[in-house]
Design a protein around this ligand. Structure first.
Ligand SMILES: [Zn+2]
Length: 271
């Protein structure tokens, strides 16, 4: 990255001198200061959130996994219900078939010719076949139920383990949140107070820039800061050089200066 830093003390004096002479008007427009304070609060809140580390993400992953396992278990329950319905139907069918078979058998005792005998035997054979199929369906369904029950037990074990994991993570997270809750509440209040002083459009620009800036800093100062307290003429976010007119605007604090290159808000921290 190449950037030019023009260090001109005379220039700095002139812009900050301007600020000092116009202290009153600068004071009446506290926008730059509000932005600095807003960002300070946001950065501090970010740090608190950062303390929670991966815990919120881990909690979310565990919750998702548990929801998936519970859904699977429920689906298995529905499958078992389906198999039980198959067994009930097959049992009913067997009762009906037995009645039919019984009827044909009694008919066999009173047959008058061989044709009738053949016909009834054929029926008996068919009913017997249907009965065997129904019995096989019952056996298969029972085996499937046993298998599904084993699956469900395995899932239930995993649910128990994951529930323990989730509980531990949630407690850990709650402890951190609780220990920082007071501080976070104070910061949120400070943030709201600062945000209330900034108009909605500018505030939404700030939020947008903050979301886009990789370090979440939407408000920067000029760069670099010299030992004597004066500033260079580069944007503190992207280090591109700022035009003299805009530097004057920044120094006065009267206008909101947005960096043309990175979109960050550049403020004079002394206002
Ligand atoms: Zn910039």
């Amino acid at each position: 990255m190449q950037f030019v830093i023009l260090r001109s003390n005379k220039y700095q004096e002139s812009i900050y001198g301007y600020h000092q002479e116009n202290n009153e008007s600068a004071h009446s427009d506290r926008r730059a200061g509000d932005f600095c304070e807003l960002q300070e609060a946001d950065v501090a809140i970010d740090e608190l959130v950062h303390l929670r580390g991966e815990l919120p993400a881990e909690v979310a992953i565990l919750e998702e996994e548990l929801a998936g396992l519970r859904a699977k278990s429920e689906k298995i329950g529905q499958m078992i219900e389906g198999y039980n319905a198959t067994i009930d139907n097959a049992n009913k069918q067997i009762v009906e078939l037995d009645a039919e078979i019984e009827k044909y058998r009694s008919q066999l005792e009173n047959i008058s010719n061989s044709r009738e005998f053949d016909s009834i035997n054929k029926e008996l054979e068919n009913q017997g076949l249907l009965r065997a199929i129904a019995e096989k369906n019952i056996t298969d369904a029972r085996a499937a139920i046993e298998e599904r029950k084993l699956d469900r037990e395995r899932i239930a074990d995993r649910i128990l383990i994951r529930e323990e994991d989730l509980k531990a993570k949630q407690e850990e997270l709650a402890t951190i949140v609780e220990s920082t809750a007071k501080e976070e509440k104070a910061l949120q209040a400070k943030r709201s107070a600062c945000a209330a002083k900034i108009d909605e459009r500018t505030l939404s620009a700030y939020e947008r820039i903050r979301g886009n800036a990789h370090n979440h800093l939407a408000v920067v100062t000029l760069f670099p800061k010299h030992e004597d307290g004066t500033y260079g003429d580069a944007c503190g976010g992207c280090f591109h050089t700022i035009t003299p007119q805009r530097i004057l605007d920044i120094a006065s604090g009267k206008k909101l200066v947005i960096c043309e290159h990175c979109g960050r808000i550049i403020v004079n921290p002394d206002i």
